[in-house]
Each structure stands twice: as C-alpha cells, then as structure tokens.
Write a protein that binds this ligand. Structure first.
Ligand SMILES: C[S@@+](CC[C@H](N)C(=O)[O-])C[C@H]1O[C@@H](n2cnc3c(N)ncnc32)[C@H](O)[C@@H]1O
Length: 426
C-alpha cells in the first residue's frame, strides 16, 4: 500500500541483482507512494480543524468516528497520486486474484449490495458491478475518488456504482450491505492499519451472514540468509577501488539495516519453514486486536548458513461466509506443533481442488507481487549450523504517534547469545 518508497536506508533494488526480477514484472515498480518523508512531517491539520468535523462533547464521544488526524490526511493524500494505483493495478497477481475471487462468489454478489472499502480508481467496484451486483458503494477518502467517479461514468455504471468521497468512518448510507470487498493489506500485512476501517464498515453495514472478501489473512515470518545483499551493502566497503574504507562499516550497517526493508527474496533465502505470527478472521477480528500483536517463535535451521535476519510475508484467502475460519479455526495447511506453529511447507498457494479457498500469496516461493517481502536484517550475521535453534519473540504495535506506522520489537537468540532489535516501519 502506501509508504515505504525508495529506501531511506540507501539500498536500491534497481541494482544488478534485483534488476532481473523487476524486469520480469514489467520493470519500474515503485514502492507504494513516495511518501515516507511526507508522512513523517505530515501536513498541518490543526486541532481547530478537528473541531470542525468532530464534536468534542463527551456525551457524543462513543458515537463519534475516530478523528481524522493530520497523519490520516497525509495518508489519503498519498493515494491521490496515479503512480500508487498504477503499481497496484499492474500487480497482476493481486488484481487477477481479486477478480477471480469476485467471479467465484458471483452467485453471492448477483443482485446484491456491495461496499468497496477504499475503492481507489474503482476497479474492484467495477468488477463487482460487472459480476451483477445490484448496487456498489465505492468509498474512498482520497481525492482519487474523483477519478473513480469519472471512470464509473465512462463505463456507463453511474446508475450502479455510487462513489462516496469520504472515510468509511464518516460516510452515511441508508441500507445494509451483503458484501464487503477491500484491498487493505499493507507491508507485513498490518502496516498502514487499514484493516481497522474494514472492521468499521463491517460493524456499521454488513448484514448478518454477509460476505467479506478477503475473508481471512495470515502473517508469516522465517529466518533468512542473504549473503549477496550483505556483501553488496556492507562488505563492499572493505575494498573500494583499492582503498580500505572499513571505517564506513558501522555507518553502512546502521543506514542499511536500521529500518525494515521491502525487497524480493526467493525460497532459497529462507532457512526453514515459516512461523505464523498472526491469523486474521475478517468476520470476527476486533479493533483492539490490531493495536499490538505478539508471538514467540522457535526455528531450527535446515542448513548451515549465515543468518542475516527475518523475512515477513502474508497471504489472504477468499472464502465464503460458510467457509469462514470462524467455523474452521485451524486452516488445513497448518500442521505444525502448537509451540512453534511450523507450517508443513505445502502451503495452499493454488487450489488443489475447487472447494478450497482462493489464496493471494506474497510468499518468497510464489510469483512476486508489489508487496514483495519485508526484511528485518541484523546488523551482524550469526553463523548457524544445520539444526541450530533460533528462537525469540516479536511484538508489532501501532505507533502511538501515528497508528499507521508500526513499531517492531524483535528479540532473538541463537548459539548462546541473545539480541534485541527495535525498529519502526514508517
Ligand atoms: C490499497 S488501495 C486499494 C485501491 C483499490 N481498491 C484497488 O484495489 O486498486 C486502498 C485505498 O483505500 C483508501 N482508504 C484507506 N482507508 C480508508 C478509509 N478509512 N476510508 C475511505 N478510504 C480509505 C485509500 O485512500 C486507498 O485509495
């Protein structure tokens, strides 16, 4: 989604090694938006402004939607840029899977009322209208909604797709909806905190027994080795045109690895099966569950290698309400022990039979998406032997300053030594 743009850590994926994967995908992918610095500094929305929209009367507080902060406004502003939508729409894995999910649930959508939470250019709303929806409320707080309205008109769908330019927290519609569709997933699944707006829409308008697409999501982590990346950013300084620039090493490590990196890795970088950090059931998840997510993990490296950090990725499933994980809390792909949540490695990437849910995966072994993977690198690698245990804990929490940013507290130990790494995804 939005955010991480280019790398403030100085690493650019258009370096030789990354080029090929970029080119395979049609090249030129930019991270969603170019907004890191804009978010950091925001643009001033004074308290007065809040006052204009929201009554501070405590008796009304419970009913009032959360205030639209200056960070939220910067966030919506970032989605007014065409580039971010071009990138998402050109991500065929993403867009084709959503379209396939809509067609798969066509019998549920035909003649029904749909809400597209965060419609952007209106693409998913139009897919739903073409699948036979009676009415689609296409909601977006960004000025991209103005474009969506034009797109809808140009496709003669103005009578069916109603574009609402505002936050789902604020807009009013006078009917319930049968279906909620949304593409809300950020890097590391939860970055950007858009899922909260889907919860709000669900609680405000979804009929009992209604459909949510996607229906559930899973965030994974796994230890990785990535010598090429480490050499490229760090070892490089040891000998630069015959000059010993080792004095640069500490600064290079700090700059390269202080913050999470969004990069594409492959299955070969991954040292063992992933651990499930968080499972989200879109039918039942509550706002407070998103404020902080914690897990303990334990891996056993499947090979001898330098351990450079951890990779994070996610998948989402498009199940109908009757298939909702509410009725099936342990997805069949998870067979590991309860203490380490190992996955059996036969993840449900593509459906083996048509009764299984359609999955949009951002795993390293699957075709790349614009989400890539999120990497948290250590400043110094740890040499691990085959079967060596790597264990620790992770806490992801919404930043108090800006809930769209994510604080990451990572503890890890291996070979008798323990470490802590704090970082912020902004
Ligand atoms: C990742 S984009 C998806 C756009 C489009 N659905 C697509 O699939 O191409 C998310 C969109 O949701 C909008 N959005 C995020 N939170 C929202 C909220 N609370 N209310 C309205 N729109 C929101 C953003 O402005 C952005 O355009």
């Amino acid at each position: 989604m939005y955010g991480i743009t280019g790398y403030s850590n100085g690493y650019h994926q258009n370096q030789q090694q990354q080029h090929s994967s970029e080119e395979k995908r049609g090249g030129g992918r930019r991270r969603r938006g170019g907004r890191r610095s804009r978010h950091r500094h925001g643009f001033g929305v004074s308290d007065d402004h809040h006052q204009q929209h929201y009554n501070n009367d405590e008796t009304q507080e419970q009913k009032s939607p959360p205030p639209c902060t200056d960070f939220d406004m910067a966030y919506f502003h970032s989605y007014a840029h065409v580039g971010i939508h071009e990138e998402m729409i050109k991500d065929r894995v993403r867009t084709d899977t959503y379209r396939a999910a809509i067609m798969e649930h066509q019998s549920f959508i035909e003649g029904k009322v749909v809400m597209d939470v965060g419609c952007g250019t209106g693409i998913l709303s139009i897919f739903c209208a073409r699948a036979g929806a009676k009415r689609v409320y296409a909601v977006d707080a960004s000025d991209i909604a103005l474009q969506a309205n034009e797109v809808v008109k140009a496709n003669n769908l103005a009578g069916k797709v109603i574009v609402l330019h505002g936050r789902v927290e604020d807009v009013e519609i006078d009917e319930e909806v049968d279906v909620i569709i949304s593409e809300w997933m950020g890097y590391m699944l939860l970055y950007e905190s858009m899922l909260g707006s889907v919860i709000t829409a669900r609680d405000r308008w979804l009929k009992h027994g209604g459909l949510i697409l996607p229906s559930n999501a899973t965030l994974y982590m796994a230890p990785i080795t990535h010598p090429d990346r480490y050499n490229d950013s760090i070892e490089f300084w040891r000998n630069v045109y015959g000059i010993d620039m080792s004095a640069m090493l500490q600064l290079a490590k700090q700059c390269a690895f202080e913050e999470p990196c969004v990069e594409t890795i492959t299955g070969e970088n991954v040292l063992t099966w992933p651990h499930v950090v968080k499972q989200v059931d879109c039918y039942t998840i509550q706002h407070d569950e998103l404020e902080s997510v914690s897990t303990r993990y334990k891996f056993q490296s499947m090979m001898r290698a330098p351990l450079h950090g951890f990779a994070f990725w996610f998948d989402v499933e498009f199940s109908g309400p009757t298939n909702s994980p509410t009725n099936n809390p342990i997805p069949p792909l998870l067979t590991g022990t309860s203490n380490n949540n190992h996955v059996d490695g036969i993840q449900k990437k593509k459906r083996a039979n048509p009764n299984e849910a359609l999955v949009l995966s951002t795993a390293p072994e699957d075709p790349p998406t614009h989400w890539q993977q999120t990497l948290i690198y250590f400043y110094d690698p740890i040499d691990v032997e085959q079967d060596q245990v790597i264990e620790g804990s992770l806490m992801l929490s919404q930043s108090k300053e800006n809930r769209r940013f994510m604080n990451i507290h990572l503890e890890y130990s291996s070979g008798g030594r323990s470490y802590v790494k704090e970082s912020v995804m902004r």
